[in-house]
Design a protein around this ligand. Structure first.
Ligand code: AP5
Length: 212
């Protein structure tokens, strides 16, 4: 079964995706990760996306949909988790078509629900590894050696878009464009709202219950 994880910035989509990939051996498709890699590599896509991402705005649908189409082609017939896509109703409609052409669909759209004050704590405290992309948090999950990744030993930094002024814009973009997807997937009968509070393992246990 293919799964879609959505929710506000900092809700724990990346954290839960990593646990799901580990447990269920599914493919992970994160549009945020792909766009950041494109920026690091200086590709045309990365250059086009950079100013939107650094300002906390959504990258235009046409760019993101084309990118997801390519990624789905590479995944082939394996089950996958979509993390951070779709983020707008036009993206959700495009996804339906892309999957219909591949004779597959989304089985569950899991919405991670977390209150705004918690989101701010999670985002301002998040640190990511420059090398392997592993995620840490200064309070909830600090690296064993400050500033150094536990997994690959590279430097651990703050994401450009995790600065407080940019977080505000990201939350506004979420409210305006992504929140309506709750209703979209409710109407399709595949929405599952999951409480995103508690430890990452507690949230994971709730998700697993819905996938059983
Ligand atoms: P993206 O990278 O997708 O960012 P996001 O949706 O804002 O989500 P985040 O990565 O910030 O948070 P998350 O929910 O994955 O939380 P995480 O697990 O890391 O997108 C970035 C940008 O790319 C967008 O702003 C946009 O410009 C562009 N973009 C991407 N996709 C796009 C699309 N489809 N269309 C248009 N533009 C697109 O957790 C956050 C922190 O909390 C971490 O430190 C973690 O350790 C901690 N944490 C997690 N779970 C818990 C827990 N249970 N308890 C305590 N701490 C926790």
């Amino acid at each position: 079964m293919n799964i879609l994880l959505f929710g506000p910035p900092g809700a724990g989509k990346g954290t839960q995706s990593a646990l799901l990939v580990d447990k269920l051996k599914m493919k992970h498709l994160s549009t945020g990760d792909i766009l950041r890699a494109a920026m690091r590599n200086g590709t045309t896509l990365g250059l086009e996306a950079k100013s939107y991402m650094n300002d906390g705005k959504l990258v235009p649908d046409s760019l993101v949909i084309g990118m997801v189409d390519e990624e789905l082609g590479e995944i082939g017939s394996q089950s996958f988790i979509l993390d951070g896509f779709p983020r707008t109703v036009p993206q959700a409609d495009a996804l339906e078509n892309l999957l219909k052409n591949r004779k597959t669909s989304i089985g569950r759209a899991i919405f991670l629900e977390v209150p705004k004050d918690q989101l701010l704590d999670r985002l301002t405290g998040r640190r990511v590894c420059k090398g392997c992309g592993a995620t840490f948090h200064v309070g909830f999950k600090p690296p064993q050696k400050q500033g150094i990744c536990d997994i690959c030993g590279a430097e651990v930094i703050q994401r450009e878009d995790d600065k407080e002024s940019v977080i505000r814009t990201r939350l506004e973009a979420y409210e305006a464009s992504t929140k309506p997807l709750q209703e979209y997937y409710q109407e399709k009968g595949i929405l599952q709202v999951v409480d995103g509070l508690g430890s990452a393992d507690e949230v994971f246990a709730r998700i697993q219950k819905w996938l059983a």
